[in-house]
Design a protein around this ligand. Structure first.
Ligand code: UDX
Length: 483
């Protein structure tokens, strides 16, 4: 098949690379010339500057100029193409709706070219990145407006998680195709022939609108599930004595119907998809005049979760942030990425600055440049001058009054020792990811430990506490720094 992938970001580039692995002739097109020039080098460094996914650079290097071609000139590759995948970014607007500007620009541009083509064989136009329900139909009307002949529209949503884009494209759990005609279904079966009749992969053929809805349902349900653990499980273990979070998780998820994924309590789920998709679905349902109470509650719970530990620090640990120095460990929305979109760290910084901290000493193994460039740039807000960046966690901790752990980087599991050798109590550790397994040693040494999904453990009282891990709430904890 001759396939054109429009847009070469996180969705488009891995998709193009994996399609080329199956011997299709794939043209990856983007309007961003710098990006295309970087991909054309076939060099890992250049590619990873734009999309950093395990296995991606190898896949591109293997297939470039054999099955995979990069271009900024779509007019040149339209002729004879069977399928076009739209992998265009659709950022959220302030009201939660989806900004379709880039998508519509690309659609009109392509429609103009398709209307002039000589070869009138069937083309299928497929939406791959997440777009509001009804967008396939919108695409159909754009094509019709330009007088394009012999085309079909389809929706084929991606379900990729960051860090797993290549493996996820090679072995998806399902392939969802929404199209109107048997002819278009047939063309897409040829694109995905390796997945049709696969013993493990669900190959679902449905309507374009159902396929679009499947994507929104999937992402919002995942966020709902995470929010159940954060909003109910974590609350129980924080508020009631002697409930062990890890055991709660094991006991509940032992039921085969209940997923272990999503049961890791955290300071809120971030990333480019969950927040954007739930807001968009709320907007779409509201416009359709339907109730969105559940979705709204999930969204609110997740957003509140991002600053909840700070509220707890004030109310439970009686910690005053005013003029304090806080070490912020982890900036990205999850480990192994530098992506900070919707990251809890953004809300944490906002909240810390609003509470008058003197300084924030930040550390992240990957995301420091991203933070400097796009988020905490002092040109955007003079208060960001209070943020300094450090090469190690230890350096960030040095001289601080408290720690906030925001990302689940594995290296944070060893923090107990670093903390004890770097700072002295009174000192507060806010653990938004439950990253310190040996927190009891910290408490014994006099540090106050406040985890998501657990009660405040007061340093001074730790000696007196009994029970496994010393993890038991006392009736009236008195944190050391409050004395
Ligand atoms: C997500 C979906 O998993 C994917 O299917 C969809 O296509 C895009 O959105 P991604 O944004 O890459 O993928 O991140 P994911 O690994 O799902 O994590 C999202 C957020 O939830 C992260 O902040 C993560 O730390 C958090 N999370 C995840 C939890 O707080 N608890 C969990 O148990 C799992």
């Amino acid at each position: 098949m001759k396939i054109v992938v429009i847009g070469t970001g996180f969705v488009g580039l891995p998709h193009a690379a994996v399609l080329s692995e199956y011997g299709h002739e794939v043209y990856a097109y983007d309007i961003d010339a710098a990006r295309i020039a970087a991909y054309q080098t076939g060099e890992a460094d250049a590619i990873e500057r734009y999309v950093n996914e395990p296995g991606l650079a190898d896949s591109v290097a293997e297939n470039i100029n054999r099955y995979l071609f990069f271009t900024t000139d779509i007019a040149n590759v339209v002729d004879g193409a069977d399928v076009f995948f739209f992998c265009i970014n659709t950022p959220p607007k302030r009201d939660g709706s989806t900004d379709m500007t880039y998508y519509l620009d690309a659609a009109h541009h392509l429609a103009g070219l398709l209307a002039q083509r000589q070869n009138l064989s069937r083309v299928v136009l497929v939406n791959k990145s997440t777009v509001p329900i009804g967008t396939a139909r919108l695409l159909e009307s754009v094509m019709a407006e330009h007088g394009v002949a012999n085309f079909g529209i389809a929706s084929n949503p991606e379900f990729l998680a960051q860090g797993n884009a290549i493996e996820g494209s090679r072995r998806p759990d399902r392939v969802v195709i929404g199209a109107d005609t048997a002819e278009d279904m047939h063309i897409l079966r040829r694109v995905y022939s390796q997945f049709v009749n696969h013993v493990r992969i669900r190959y679902l053929e449905t309507t374009p609108e159902t396929a679009e809805a499947i994507k929104y349902m999937s992402n919002t349900l995942l966020l709902t599930y995470i929010s159940f653990w954060n909003g109910v499980g974590a609350r129980l273990a924080e508020a009631m004595p002697n409930i062990r979070m890890e055991d709660l998780k094991i006991g509940v998820t032992a039921d085969a119907r209940i997923s272990t994924w999503g049961s890791y309590v955290s300071n809120g789920a971030g990333g480019s998809c969950f927040g954007k998709d739930i807001q968009s679905l709320i907007y779409q349902l509201n416009r359709a005049g339907r109730s969105t109470d559940l979705l709204q509650a999930v969204y609110n719970i997740n957003e509140y979760q991002k600053i909840y530990l700070i509220e707890r620090a004030i109310h439970e640990a009686h910690f005053s942030f005013n003029q304090k120095t806080v070490a912020l460990l982890g900036l990205s929305f999850k480990k192994r990425t530098n992506d900070m979109r919707d990251s809890a760290a953004l809300r944490v910084v906002e909240s810390l600055l609003a509470r008058g901290v003197r300084a924030i000493r930040a550390y992240d193994p990957l995301a420091v440049d991203e933070a400097r460039r796009n988020w905490f740039n002092p040109d955007k807000n003079y208060l960001f001058e209070r943020i300094s960046y450090h090469a190690t966690a230890q350096e960030a901790i040095s001289g601080s009054d408290a720690i906030y752990i925001s990302t689940d980087w594995e290296e944070f599991r060893g923090l107990a020792r670093t903390i004890q050798t770097t700072v002295t109590p009174p000192y507060l550790i806010m653990d938004g990811r439950r990253m310190i397994p040996d927190y009891d040693t910290l408490a014994t040494a006099g540090f106050d430990y406040l985890p998501v999904g657990g009660p405040l453990l007061c340093g001074r009282e730790a000696d007196a506490m009994s029970g496994e891990n010393g993890h038991r709430m006392t009736a009236r904890p008195v944190p050391s720094h409050a004395l």
